[in-house]
Design a protein around this ligand. Sequence first.
Ligand code: ATP
Length: 593
Amino acid sequence: MSDVFRLLAGGGGGARFDKRRFADDVSIFTGAPATDAAAASSSSSKAGSSSGTKLSLPADLDFFGGASAQPATAAGKAGDAKGKGKAKPEADSGTATEPLTRATVGAFLKEHRLKLTGTDAPLPLASWAELSSRWNAPEWLAQAPAKAGFAAPTPVQCAASAVLLDDRDLLAGAPTGSGKTMAYLIPLLHHLRGPKPGPVRALIVAPTRELATQIHDQLRKISGPRGVRACVLTKANEGNLKQGEGKKGIFDVLITTPMRLVNALEAKEVDLSGVRHLVLDEADRLLEEGFLEQTDAVLAACSHPELRKALFSATLPAGVEEMARTFMVDAVRVIVGTKDAANESINQTLTYVGSEEGKLHALRALVHEGKLKPPALLFVQSIARARELFQELVYDGLHVDVIHGERPRAQRDAVVDAFKRGDVWVLICTELLARGIDFKGVRLVINYDFPQSTQAYIHRIGRSGRAGRQGEAITFYTKDDAPHLRSIANIMKNSGAEVPEWMLSLKKSSQNARNKLKRQAPERIDVRVAAGSTLGRKTANKRADMVRASKRRTAAAASSEAPAQPGEQEAPAAPPTKTKKRKLAAGAAAEES
Ligand SMILES: Nc1ncnc2c1ncn2[C@@H]1O[C@H](COP(=O)(O)OP(=O)(O)OP(=O)(O)O)[C@@H](O)[C@H]1O
């Protein structure tokens, strides 16, 4: 039996993977025909063990491309996207594409559903070759995207990169998974040219440490032979950013969460007066309650007179755009597809589960019906519920793990790696993973708890269907969620999903109710209590033993790590008072520490 196949086997009770039913999936793991794979099944590994042995994965199992040295031909993949608003490069790999002219740009914008507004908005670039022909970028930079597997630019890269290469302020909205990160990293590298001792010259702010780390990884991938020096700000490397007293800063690019940066600013460990390029990734989140105060402080500390600002997100509510206009100068606005819409490569469904008690039944039914296609993300509304659901599912043989802002940093990193390797099949998570995280191979997102806003919905389900791949999202709703059903149903309809007419004609929830829901998650009974009726005493005792054992393993693994601060961005609690605001912000940025 192959190691990979051993991974499929789960221990304990509950709804296990039925390997006959999932013969097609099993065959991926064995490389054998589906029927043989099913016949060869046997069980040995422990459910929920994510630390797992390192496996050498067959290509089909390398869901996230992490195991293969050669990245997937991303341009080809993105090129697979059919229809509107998707990451769709304009040409096949390597094909030279004519630069756009004022005469041809209209058709290009229409074809790629691009909206470009602003004074003298620059023409989008039509191929990476224009990096050198139009902006005189060094050869290595013009070749960097193709080397990274991105043969042709995606629509947001065509339009937004051109604006940034022209050194203009930018507000960009494009669907999840459409390549926004490269859209700003490539121009950044162009402007920085190479490493230069002295103060930090570029600053990228993102709401979670996980996203900051991912951006850093992407930057390293393309930063070329004379690579600029970038770091994710941590307590440990703060000192290296200090200027003066005979010290010269050694980092060109700083990538950070707002709270971490504000702490460093307050401790006078970082000087941002040399920052020429500021990127706010997931800008609407950074300009929302919980982060706004910190983002404000960061903007104030970036005092360079020629500071250029770039704001990116898949969702840009009107209020955020309005706020952005107060600090941007002569900005160009780029929108790909319909603003604030879900990615159209994702097949979306809403599932009525009655009450909290119905959720586990519905989840287990998905497993039995072979509809829970791993790798899958399972979103819940709070850290407490993430823990509860993990305790409930850890015995189901699903190779499940959990990630949230109260797990120590090393554990969070290990879980992300295990998920990328394919060791974890189902990852229970909070909003910590909802934004920006690029697990390319995620096949299914389940909203176990109803999302608290349309933005949360768009970002959560956007963890699948990336770079032109197909994805799937299932959202559970109870009768208590019904008042907010209509707004999600509308988002679904606007991205081409079939939605029953009655959902669209439900009464619209009031702005107040929507704001309240956004601020505060609804009360839900404990997942374990909801499941209580299905558990025999014996099973319950066995579960308790296994949870204790799992906790012991976790504690042993984390013994060297200080835990992150409690709270996180998805649970911004009650309307903030002044002091509470500060606490909230600390909570919102818990994952950065
Ligand atoms: N030109 C390209 N061709 C094909 N794939 C690309 C291209 N540029 C980026 N990608 C890939 O597309 C995936 C999604 O990119 P990225 O994470 O930047 O999306 P995003 O638009 O920022 O999404 P989100 O809104 O969720 O943050 C990544 O795996 C990236 O490597």
